[in-house]
Write a protein that binds this ligand. Structure first.
Ligand SMILES: [Zn+2]
Length: 204
């Protein structure tokens, strides 16, 4: 199995990839919904899902293509991913989080040094918004973002617009996931009369 197949198996086994008819927080509809936390609740599966990512990063470090000093994940989704990648890469790992105004920032005494090379870690990258906000907060402190890593890349080219979904750093994903992403009025599943669920509001 390739990395994507392995990761999809882990997501399915963990109940982290649901198939059906979903209303997303964006208001769009999809045939799949990812709740990566359900995979990450199992430390052995988190380690297995991220091992290929860590291996590719280590290979690029060894080849002189990449240099990393620390791993930083945007809360909540990035915290466990950053921790696990930090563990596998032998690097410190910490996180950014939103302050009272909603701005992504470093709290709890976490600091970056000027020129420190940061790997951003995420669970699922859909638009890359929280990663870019986290990166901006770190760059404002003088850090340099060297790459981004995630469990699942589910960016939908053409749906969010190229400028919004562009990731300006080397990108390491355990899996690239495909999911439909319809405007509500264009939803193929609505056209078939199938009821949708809003993840988070019920059992998921
Ligand atoms: Zn629908």
């Amino acid at each position: 199995m390739n990395d994507t197949d392995t990761t999809i198996t882990l997501l399915r086994e963990s109940g982290a990839m649901l198939e059906g008819h979903f209303l997303l927080s964006s208001g769009r509809h999809s045939n799949r919904y990812f709740q990566c936390a359900r995979l990450l609740q199992y430390p052995d599966r988190a380690a297995a899902a991220l091992a290929p990512v860590a291996a590719r990063i280590k290979a690029d470090i060894a080849a002189g293509k990449l240099a990393v000093d620390a791993v930083v994940g945007p809360a909540m989704g990035g915290i466990i991913v950053a921790y696990e990648l930090g563990r596998q890469l032998g690097l410190p790992a910490f996180f950014t989080e939103r302050d009272d105004t909603g701005a992504m920032t470093l709290r709890r005494g976490f600091e970056v040094e000027k020129g420190q090379r940061i790997l951003i870690a995420e669970d699922v990258v859909t638009t890359g918004k929280s990663s870019r906000e986290s990166a901006a907060a770190l760059e404002a402190q003088g850090a340099v973002i060297c790459a981004i890593a995630c469990v699942a890349d589910r960016r939908a080219p053409g749906v969010f617009g190229s400028s919004d979904s562009a990731i300006p750093w080397p990108f390491y994903a355990a899996a690239t996931l495909e999911a439909a992403n319809w405007k509500a009025e264009d939803c193929e599943l609505c056209k078939r009369g199938l009821p949708f669920v809003k993840p988070g509001s019920r059992k998921i």
